[in-house]
Write a protein that binds this ligand. Structure first.
Ligand code: HEC
Length: 149
């Protein structure tokens, strides 16, 4: 009986460990993926440029609505990237707090691989119009003085 119990505990540890390991962010890999696939447009620190929005202190604002949370994955640069959904989830979960800083709500729940996998299969049409609509909804519902451009 005791033997069974310890084996069960061991299995639980193993399972628990592998689950945690899967969710953990490998910062070096996330940064590498950002540099390879996103930086070309978003530039190294995420400040963007002509036609590419600034992510610094800003990208977290979208997390204030479900449509906004979905937008961050459906946006073509993310959804159509060469990354698999696990690595894309990791990249977003790393990038959002590192670049979004104070714009990220305290209750931000990291994206899961499954969530990313589902969302990226519904590509956005009229991205610029959609972005403006989502932002407008968030900002009219919010009392914060956050501005985003
Ligand atoms: C070819 C240029 C380009 C590349 C490469 C690119 N993006 Fe973007 N990204 C944009 C543009 C432009 C927008 C604004 C929305 C639009 O028009 O698509 C945007 C918007 C975003 C947004 C929403 C921010 C906002 O304020 O609208 C996120 C999040 C994002 N990109 C993530 C990424 C990630 C992650 C990668 C790399 C895997 C990436 N992008 C690669 C050009 C790019």
């Amino acid at each position: 009986m005791k033997k069974h119990l310890s084996r069960l505990l061991w299995l639980c540890c193993l399972f628990g460990f592998s689950c945690n390991a899967e969710e953990a962010i490998n910062e070096a890999r996330a940064l590498f993926n950002y540099q390879m696939l996103c930086q070309g447009c978003h530039v190294g620190d995420g400040t963007g440029g002509k036609d590419v929005p600034n992510l610094q202190g800003a990208v977290g604002v979208f997390l204030n609505s479900t449509a906004g949370r979905e937008y961050l994955i459906k946006v073509p640069g993310a959804a159509n990237s060469a990354l698999n959904s696990k690595d894309l989830a990791e990249l977003m979960n790393w990038m959002i707090p590192v670049m979004g800083k104070d714009s990220v709500p305290d209750d931000f729940v990291p994206y899961t691989e499954q969530e990313v996998e589902t969302l990226r299969q519904e590509p956005l049409m009229e991205v610029v119009e959609h972005r403006a609509k989502v932002l407008n909804q968030i900002l009219t519902n919010s009392t914060s003085a956050t501005t985003i451009n």
